[in-house]
Ligand binder design. Structure first.
Ligand code: FE2
Length: 380
């Protein structure tokens, strides 16, 4: 029998200071300001009712529902985690980030052509500017957002989990309520882009993010970056924004923190019982370590519930690891094949167009495909 370590691998991470010469560092531009929270996401939906139903079952708290707009919050102190506006398309419009008090929003207006947002467009008050990322997606940078009182949550199960070492829970049972996994806050957003280097540079410069983990292709070029907020000595999530090099400009998924593993599990049962479309989970990610469960909203946009993710302070250096499909998860359900580009005529024509436009080289496509096609597990 082969050694387990040869069939079940976890790619090794190398700190930037010990990076071999054949791996390129991710460029770290000088930042214009500093984001301190991914505060909410904006959507456009042709039909709001199915989205409203999904949001409720997914564990958002609906603050206002009108024929034109849905506004939802979590149980945390952000006044808003998601807004959906009625419109002619089903699309992700863009993220809104809360910027540090010492960030000068005027710099974005002067240096990047941002525009001041009309105050009546801001769901939680304050002020803000809008600018567009290299793929044309609207990004809002906000300040002075109204905070709200947190909503009550049950006690977490985790501190009283019995283990083989300790049994803090004596003469008591685990009976968590059958209810949606109450979303506490918006945790992260993952965006796919064809021009990884340009997109990563743009977001690092605009938001002052710190790359926590960078993944590279076999030629040593970075292709994926898990970036965290720079909160100084306050711990920040392993990733708040992830930029993934791929073959499309698209919203990949957004993730919402829930209380604990039991909330994740009960939440899955509730979503299943209500007939929603499951995507992947429950499992544990490798980079970021969070326990995850992925769902499709009614229009096919991925939403992740997570709990128990890593947090890091600003002084921890960037780590690098080779991109391998199998390295996305540490254990749990097999990743669905739908996570990779479908191998069909449509994809092929799309790739030909990208190559002809010089948006991507055939060599890079080959390297990306090699990283995704390596068997993720011996049984896959
Ligand atoms: Fe995620």
């Amino acid at each position: 029998m082969k050694g387990l370590a040869t069939v079940l691998r976890q790619p090794e991470s190398i700190p930037e200071s010990r990076l071999p010469a054949d791996v390129q560092r991710l460029a770290r531009p000088r930042a214009l300001g500093r984001a301190v929270e991914l505060t909410f996401l904006r959507w456009e939906k042709r039909r709001l009712a199915p989205t409203e139903r999904f949001w409720r079952d997914f564990g958002f708290h609906l603050v206002s529902v009108t024929p034109q707009r849905l506004l939802a919050r979590g149980a945390g102190t952000a006044a808003c985690v998601a807004i959906a506006q009625a419109g002619g398309e089903d699309r992700f419009v863009g993220p809104a980030f809360l910027m540090a008090g010492d960030t000068d929003l005027n710099r974005y207006v002067e240096q990047m052509g941002a525009r001041w947002l009309p105050l009546d467009e801001l769901p939680a008050g304050g002020r803000g500017v809008e600018l567009f990322d290299p793929s044309g997606r609207s990004v809002w940078l906000l300040q002075d957002q109204r905070r709200v009182e947190p909503l009550p949550l049950r006690e977490a199960v985790t501190p009283t989990s019995n283990t083989a070492r300790e049994t803090p829970r004596v003469n008591r049972t685990v009976r968590t309520p059958i209810e949606p996994a109450r979303v506490v806050r918006l945790g992260h957003l993952v965006l796919q882009t064809v021009d990884f280097a340009r997109m990563a540079e743009w977001y690092l410069r605009v938001l002052g993010l710190i790359p926590t983990d960078v993944q590279y292709l076999a030629d040593g070029s970075p292709v994926l970056a898990f970036c965290r907020l720079d909160l100084g000595d306050q711990p920040a999530d392993h990733h708040t924004l992830v930029i993934v090099g791929g073959i499309e400009e698209k919203y990949e998924h957004s993730a919402y923190e829930v209380l604990d593993l039991d909330a994740l599990g009960q939440g899955q049962q509730v979503l299943r019982a209500q007939g929603h479309r499951h995507m992947w989970g429950i499992g544990r990610h490798l980079l970021g370590s969070q326990l995850f469960d992925y769902w499709f909203d009614p229009d096919g946009f991925e939403h992740e519930h997570y709990t128990d993710g890593d947090v890091f302070t600003a002084d921890i250096e960037t780590a690098y690891s080779p991109l391998e499909f199998g390295g996305i998860w540490a254990w749990g359900d097999d990743a669905p094949a739908s996570m990779k580009p479908q191998k069909n005529l449509r994809t092929l024509l799309h790739l030909l167009k990208l190559v002809r436009r010089k948006a991507i080289t055939p060599q890079r496509l080959k390297l990306m495909s090699a990283a995704l096609d390596a068997p993720a597990r011996p049984w896959l």
